[in-house]
Design a protein around this ligand. Sequence first.
Ligand code: ATP
Ligand code: MG
Length: 287
Amino acid sequence: MPQRANIPDGQAILRVTDLVKRFDGRAVLDGVNLEVRPGETLVVMGGSGCGKSTLLRHMIGSMRPDEGRVELFGHDLAELSEDRMDLLRKRFGILFQSGALFNSMTVGDNVALPLREHTNLDDDTIDIIVRIKLELVGLRPAVDRMPAEISGGMKKRAGLARAIALDPEILFYDEPSAGLDPVTSAEIDQLMMDLSGKLGVTSVVVTHEMDSAFRIADRMVMLDRGRVLKIASRSEFEAIRDSAPSGDETTDLIRQFLRGESQGPITRRRQDTGYAEDLLEAADGER
Ligand SMILES: Nc1ncnc2c1ncn2[C@@H]1O[C@H](COP(=O)(O)OP(=O)(O)OP(=O)(O)O)[C@@H](O)[C@H]1O
Ligand SMILES: [Mg+2]
């Protein structure tokens, strides 16, 4: 079982306050405020380039805010020494796009890596833990396979086994189902839900896949232009998705996004964007 965070009821496990991040003078995150509650799955949504991955990088302390702060387990990440940050890293797991396995190591060795780096456990114990983690994600038979020999879905699962190797209290996922077929994607969703349901792991999930988002989320947050447009329960977002257009610009923008429609405030805004701005954005995209 994961070591439980020492967090009083109702308090946040992660808190983002007035977070601003600029690249080349442009604010990609422009005053983000949100909190993640113990045990919940928070889904982060928003258009491509709106800053979701950047937000995630701040949450795990791999990027420093220009303004504002990120507190994980009650610690301001910007104020932690590298040693303290290392200790904190043991308490969270990350599953980034493509699983990010080391190709020169077997699946088993990939999962063993954090255990070898962060614990003093002997090889036999590590071997047992690796098999338990692989069993949890349905991949025990693949322990001796090389990453190149397994499918994309299996890589994701192996990445997940590695992310949970140290029994994290919170897991961060960046597009866990991107590029997977619908069934494999549903299987990954089920795994994520099992981890939160059975082990009580808190999750922050960036995803574009709306089916998946509505399956796994307790709460959802929609980012737009570097700000939080709305943060609310899944049922509130479901109500917006399933309602008729409201005439309210923000609600209709969220509705268009959730429904994946080609007409609506998002499209109108793009059309309104000036030609010069458009070219600048295109140039941005090339980088
Ligand atoms: N290290 C960086 N240096 C400069 N610009 C960056 C850097 N990282 C991200 N950006 C820019 O910040 C913006 C947001 O990027 P980010 O990767 O957070 O978007 P995203 O919401 O995750 O998009 P996607 O859905 O396509 O993954 C983009 O315009 C991107 O080009
Ligand atoms: Mg991204």
